[in-house]
Ligand binder design. Structure first.
Ligand code: AMP
Ligand code: ZN
Length: 666
């Protein structure tokens, strides 16, 4: 077999497995086997650059950087959709159609309206040729490099597709992935993203495609455009597109009347919260493609389609007060305190106002009647003000200029939306926030101590930074309210026990801005000890995998502060781990990079904890519950039966102890 053939076979296999995993969600081989094949292909391609192919499965990881997206004209215009909000409006639409078509049989296809960013994918000879954003409908931005990294976008199609055509779809961020991205951001002291739609739209315009590759984006296809399609209906178009390899949601239905259309709408208005992604309505399309052609387009939208928008889960209430929260990094978040109101089944008393710009944009004022909405966000948001209800003499909201907790003048860095209190060392919520982060489960995991204890100890003047924890004595703690002898002892013991926590977690616990759990691990592994890290230059830091300018800058800034260095020295003198242990250093690899494991049951040759450590030392992640993100379940004897069912359901491969250990062999 020639090298070329070998490459082609691997590409074909990988394409099929990718399709089974990301489009059908029915993986047939383990992630490990997939990675082995991918690695083999990568090596062959590297050694034989003449066979480079931009649509090879190896290109999914991204790497290409686009400084300016080229503007490209669409071959077929991308239209917007007319909206409707009631059955009457749908009936009116049907009437308008009937007027044009006359008395002929009329059926519809109903699809969900996916809430993301539209994309136009051009295929030539079955290969992805170009991906362009909707833009103004006539022309958009060429974002091909980024779109190639989205696993559910087929790079090469199966079956009998036209030689040149376009697939129209929506790039979305499923809710679970969005939630996880936000958890990671919050953990790293960054502002959470506002909603999945904006984040999806922002993602496809990132300059670095490797960053896009890391985001759990998906592409849902809802239509095709070509000079001539060998198809008769919208519904068969969806079925055909699915056969060619596109991800086409299965919820779509053919309907014979407006009544059936309304049933579909009612059903999904109720069930939409069970979907893994956000939808803001239903798109009703005339089914017959000849009829579509006859109906044509208005200046803005097809006459043959109509969007039906679900009522946003919205309520109105009164804004009582705007308060300002100070986070552990000093970031100020304005919070709207509301008269309690029922919204989507829960009582809402507070809503996020995000930042000063948002307040100015809404021109929201105390005493206003406001609309509150719940979308994919973590807490509800205010969408607009009911100006007809504004009390006379109302005053425009003045954003605070000083920290509400320590009265230091606030600063706002260029390009950042958030105001900050710069008084890191003297601002109470920043001090307690940092200590709370330090003791938290994923950091130093100090037993016998909770968030309230931190506030109590701080208020009593016993601690002003986390190094102070290590000098606490039971005699100091016992007299405090609610601190019996036993819990004082537990606390001191818990603090002492934390001295064994490994370096990477100590590094995470320090609470350096943007240094989350994963970054801390990377840095710990790259530098081995705190001294090397403290002395690293900006240029050195950005050489480390996944460390960008912003993180590097933040690390430099943290250690440039004499006060931080002093605290580190005190922690060191108390015996905390500031370097990787010798065997940790000797045994670290990247073999399990980007893989997540769940460990269950009892093992023969090693203990559970040793197994977990092995995973982490080799660059893998350990998680406690099985999800679609789990790469493998490592099962010992007596694995939990519910875990087995869940793994089988999700198609997560279950491997044995020896299979796992074999993965680590070079
Ligand atoms: P709008 O932006 O509100 O005018 O709505 C039009 C957009 O809805 C299109 O550009 C598509 O990106 C998007 N859309 C989402 N789901 C569908 C669907 N099932 N059919 C057609 N368009 C859809
Ligand atoms: Zn402050």
């Amino acid at each position: 077999m020639s090298v070329k053939e070998e490459i082609e076979i691997l590409r074909k296999e990988l394409r099929e497995h990718n399709y089974k995993y990301y489009v059908l969600a029915e993986p047939q081989i383990s992630d490990y086997e997939f990675d082995m094949k991918l690695k083999a292909l990568q090596e062959l391609e590297e050694a034989n650059p003449e066979f480079f192919d931009a649509n090879s499965p190896t290109q999914r990881v991204g790497g290409g950087v686009t400084k300016n997206f080229e503007t490209v004209a669409h071959a077929f215009r991308m239209y917007s959709l007319d909206n409707s909000y009631s059955k009457e409006e749908v009936l009116d639409w049907e009437k308008r159609i009937r007027k044009i078509l006359g008395d002929v049989p009329l059926t519809f296809t109903c699809e969900l309206k996916y809430d993301g960013a539209s994309i136009n994918l051009t295929y030539k000879s079955g290969e992805l040729h170009r991906a362009v954003t909707r833009g103004d409908g006539v022309q958009g931005d060429d974002v091909t490099t980024n779109i190639r990294t989205i696993r559910s976008v087929p790079l090469r199609l199966n079956g009998n597709c036209p030689d040149i055509f376009e697939a129209r779809g929506e790039i979305i961020l499923p809710l679970e992935g969005f939630k996880k991205m936000n958890e990671e951001r919050i953990e790293a002291g960054e502002d959470p993203y506002m909603n999945p739609r904006n984040t999806a739209a922002g993602s496809i315009k990132l300059q670095d495609s490797a960053l896009v590759a890391e985001r759990p984006l998906e592409c849902l296809v809802y239509g095709l455009a070509a000079v001539k399609l060998p198809l008769i209906s919208q519904y068969s178009m969806l079925e055909e597109a699915r056969k060619w390899g596109f991800k086409v949601p299965v919820e779509a239905r053919e309907c014979n009347s407006v009544d059936e259309v309304m049933d579909f709408i009612e059903l999904w208005d109720l069930k939409r919260h069970e979907l893994p992604y956000e939808t803001d309505g239903v798109v009703i399309k005339v089914n017959d493609l000849d009829q579509q052609e006859e109906l044509g387009y208005t200046a803005k939208a097809p006459r043959w389609a109509l969007a039906y928008k679900f009522q946003a889960e919205e309520a109105t209430t009164k804004l009582v007060e705007i308060t300002y929260q100070v986070g552990r990094t000093g970031a100020i978040t304005p919070v709207a305190n509301l008269e309690p109101v029922l919204l989507a089944g829960t009582t809402v008393k507070r809503a996020s106002l995000h930042n000063a710009d948002q307040i100015a944009k809404l021109d929201v004022r105390v005493g206003d009647t406001v609309f509150v909405e719940k979308g994919g966000e973590i807490i509800p948001k205010i969408t607009k003000v009911d100006l007809t209800q504004r009390p006379s003499g109302s005053q425009q909201t003045q954003y605070i200029t000083h920290c509400p907790e320590c009265h230091t003048p606030l600063i706002r860095n260029e390009g950042e939306a958030q105001h900050f209190c710069p008084n890191e060392m003297g601002c109470p919520p920043q001090i307690t926030g940092r200590i709370q982060h330090f003791i938290s489960r994923k950091a130093m995991d100090i037993e016998g101590m909770g968030s309230e204890t931190v506030v109590l100890l701080f208020n009593e003047g016993l601690i002003t930074n986390y190094a102070d924890l290590y000098s606490l004595t039971t005699a100091q703690i016992e007299p405090l309210e609610r601190m019996a002898e036993k819990s004082a002892e537990n606390l001191v013991q818990g603090v002492a026990a934390s001295k064994e926590i490994p370096f990477e977690r100590v590094l995470f616990a320090l609470g350096i801005r943007y240094v989350g759990e994963t970054v801390a691990k990377k840095l710990a592994r790259a530098y081995g000890n705190i001294d090397a890290l403290m002395n690293a230059s900006f240029e050195e830091l950005i050489q480390v995998d996944e460390i960008g300018d912003r993180i590097a800058q933040s690390v430099i800034q943290f250690f440039a502060d004499e006060r931080n260095r002093e605290i580190v020295e005190r922690l060191r003198s108390h015996g905390l781990q500031f370097s990787l242990s010798a065997d940790q250093l000797a045994n670290q690899t990247d073999t399990l990079k980007e893989k997540t494991f769940v460990v269950s049951g009892v093992f023969e040759s090693i203990s559970r904890n040793e197994l977990k450590k092995l995973i982490e030392d080799n660059g893998g992640k350990v998680s406690s519950s099985i999800s679609s993100k789990t790469s493998y379940v490592v099962a010992g004897a007596n694995m939990g039966p519910s875990k087995k069912v869940k793994a089988d359901d999700l198609g997560v491969p279950i491997i044995t102890e020896s299979e796992f250990l074999a993965m680590l062999k070079p």
